[in-house]
Design a protein around this ligand. Structure first.
Ligand SMILES: Nc1ncnc2c1ncn2[C@@H]1O[C@H](COP(=O)(O)OP(=O)(O)OP(=O)(O)O)[C@@H](O)[C@H]1O
Ligand SMILES: [Mg+2]
Length: 213
């Protein structure tokens, strides 16, 4: 079972947006997917409730209640929507089985500062140091040709971890969330720019390089 963790201590940076879209992507690819929600606000579980029956099924796990105990054994990809404010021992426990960790970062000075502290803490974790878990960052909700995006772009490019892509701010994410879909389920004429921006993420997740060893 692959564990894909979406994590950042900072609230509101797009963890649930990325987690639901990654889960939707793998489900569309035909994988058996479970989506674990560590947030008692149930953002990811609410998304699953809205999911139309004709789309491939994704199993929801209320991880904020009882962890990952109820993940079905035949799950191929487990996507984990980690809680905000994770830190210290709790963070260590969360990444215990993650092979891939994606950190979304918003283009704002406050978020970039917070991300710097969070990345430093992540890079100290034994599992990351032993290269059992691989890390990548994704710029989220960007508006191109803005100064803050330029700064974020520069900042993420200088980090020691791969900077996969910048996802634009788009109502497609709101539309998809409301309908229990991913942007990959939206019509091409609407969502092709998003598909293009996601390509490096899905490639990295699917590639051997994103797996340990
Ligand atoms: N690329 C995007 N384009 C437009 N809206 C976005 C995008 N990414 C996230 N959002 C919106 O920003 C808000 C925060 O995103 P989201 O809930 O995914 O963040 P989060 O990190 O899970 O937050 P929390 O820390 O509260 O769990 C939501 O309203 C979401 O719809
Ligand atoms: Mg969330």
């Amino acid at each position: 079972m692959r564990h894909v963790m979406v994590m950042n201590a900072k609230g509101g940076c797009g963890k649930s947006t990325l987690a639901t879209n990654i889960a939707g992507y793998f489900a569309k690819e035909g994988a058996k997917v479970a989506l674990a929600d560590y947030d008692p606000q149930r953002t990811s579980l609410d998304w699953l409730e809205a999911r139309p029956g004709e789309l491939p099924k994704i199993v929801g796990i209320a991880a904020f209640d009882d962890g990952l105990r109820s993940v079905p054994r035949d799950t191929e990809v487990l996507v984990i929507d980690a809680p905000a404010r994770t830190h210290g021992a709790e963070m260590n426990e969360l990444v215990r089985r993650a092979e891939t960790i994606i950190v979304p970062v918003l283009a704002s000075p406050i978020d970039m500062k917070a991300a710097a502290h969070f990345m430093a803490e992540l890079l100290e974790l034994g599992r990351v140091q032993r290269e059992q878990a691989r890390l990548a960052v994704v710029a989220n909700r960007v508006r191109e040709n803005t100064l803050v995006f330029e700064e974020l772009d520069k900042y993420l490019s200088k980090l020691k971890v791969p900077y996969l892509t910048a996802l634009r701010q788009s109502t497609n994410y709101l539309r998809a969330y409301q309908r229990g879909m991913s942007v990959f389920d939206l019509p091409e004429y609407l969502a092709w720019p998003d598909w293009q921006q996601w390509e490096p993420v899905t490639k990295w997740l699917g590639s051997k390089k994103s797996l340990p060893g």
